[in-house]
Design a protein around this ligand. Sequence first.
Ligand code: EPZ
Length: 404
Amino acid sequence: MSEITIFGARPLFGNITPSGSKNAALPIIFAALAVSGVSVLYDLPDITDVRVALDIISDFGAKIERDGRRVTLDTRNVAYKKPDKKLTSRIRASSYLIGACLSRFGEFDLSEVGGCNFCNRPLDMHLYAAEKLGTKIEGERLSASRLSGADIKFNKISVGATINALIMASRAKGVTRIFGAAREPHVKNVIRYLRAAGAEICDSADALTVKGSILSGAEVKIIPDMIEAGTFLLLGPLTGGMVSVDIPKDAGLESFFEVLSDSGISISRNENIVSAWGEPFKKIRVSTSPHPGFPTDLQPQTAPLMARYHGGEIIENVWQDRFSYLNSLSAFGIKSDKIVGGRRINPSRIGAAECEAPDLRGGAAAVLSALVAEGKSKIKNTELIMRGYADIWAKLRSLGARIE
Ligand code: EPZ
């Protein structure tokens, strides 16, 4: 178990360029398995989850060449094999093997998926999409002699199920319409890759319409990580400093900016550079929802900001139980109460503490708490944080943080 020591209560100043988005990079790596050819991915982040995803596809025979942030995936000579549970159980994104393997090999054996276990994370919508496109499901065995286009009607919004449906539909015979699809910027990044690989995908208000095709290798640039950008932006107001991030207008952070500026925090944009500083003058209210709503993956990191100033409320509409991280934050003195649909975060004196990172975003929230607390804090289990934040310690040091 690796750990870091943080000496907090130092105002942080500076500019960060976020790495490539984890939640775009992972599905694109698996989508490349559905494609027969050589794909080039630019700005692939160097994080643990990405390394595991690359290991998983190389287990099927994909050849991988890494040259800094540019990675070449050659999936011309791949063959099906039962996925290795030791690898698939390490990341949630291994669920994208459902779409990739059914499209490419016509078969898949459901394998244990991993990822942040902040609550129950079902796969029923992924399997519903596979079944709609002609997959036979017998226990853990999935098979499809040829996927065929169909109407898929999701009754709730799922990033993962939308992406799996897109991967399958891109190689299926005929036309698929996906109703109730997720539209997160990372879903759009996957669409750009599949289009470049040969799929015809039309995004209209009510559905994603996909005309399947033979897919060949393609180039794609991974978008900057919106969650990393948001996490770093919080550091300005949180530490009494000012942090800027380089993030385009369509990054999907509008509702995040709105919540911060409604509370009195200053947010400015100059071209792609967004800066945040100043103190909130009232309670911060967060209510998460799929894009274009407030991202669930940024709610744990807002808790220390609420606690430091006038408190706040978090209503979680995507992962109802995503609050176990508050046990770790209580070590820093952050107090919270259960309310209908979420938690109230009370104004609290944040003090130095030792804790274990509970999961990726909860771990980031612990780091933010330690950066506010006076004195020496220790955070253990930092592997979980490195699953999703590339070069996090170096980036924090560049802003003036003291981290050992
Ligand atoms: C993706 O998870 C992200 N992970 C998560 O990021 C993120 O929190 C989530 O989308 C929501 O934005 C990756 O991209 C690897 P969902 P995913 O399917 O696809 C329900 C992070 O910290 N649901 O959109 O697994 C589900 O229970 C992580 O970076 C079903 O009911 O999430 C949830 O309530 C953690 N049945 C809602 O949909 C299903 O078959 C949204 O989940 C699938 C989902």
